[in-house]
Design a protein around this ligand. Sequence first.
Ligand SMILES: [Zn+2]
Length: 171
Amino acid sequence: MRKRIDFICPTCKNKKRITINDEYNETHIVKILDRSIFNIKCDKCNTNIYLDYKFVLRTPNYSLSYGEFEDVDRICSTYDDIKEKILIYEDKLNDCLIELSKRKIEHDLKKELDLRYDGIVEDKLVFYSLKEEKSYSFNKELYDYYLNKYKVEIIKNTEVNSSNYFKYIKD
Ligand SMILES: [Zn+2]
């Protein structure tokens, strides 16, 4: 879908209407992760403008949306959320079990960290704390143990986060 967005350039005050594509595929993942899909140039004064907008990412293996879109695996309400889900799905992990892993880290350390999955380094899952601005690692073995132990419901068109993930995990 092509979508029209109106905005005013902060530098030259030029009123602009631009058309953006809000449907992306696997070839756009790098640009989504480095946020360059949000960079728009004012054609009058050449200022780079950062424009945050909602979009959907559909790959052959999964689909994620930032904002409400139909027929997706997961709906995300913030950019940080969709960025995290992309990393999780690209690494072929399960987001409910990733939430469980985060809960385990917070429980062991007895503090709230607002963790986001950030990738795998050797045999460790790496989580970034938005609260403390530092990384925490988690044994991949323990994640694999969860994977073997629990049954995770297959869910679609849902937002999965720290406050609801446990509903989808069964012993
Ligand atoms: Zn301008």
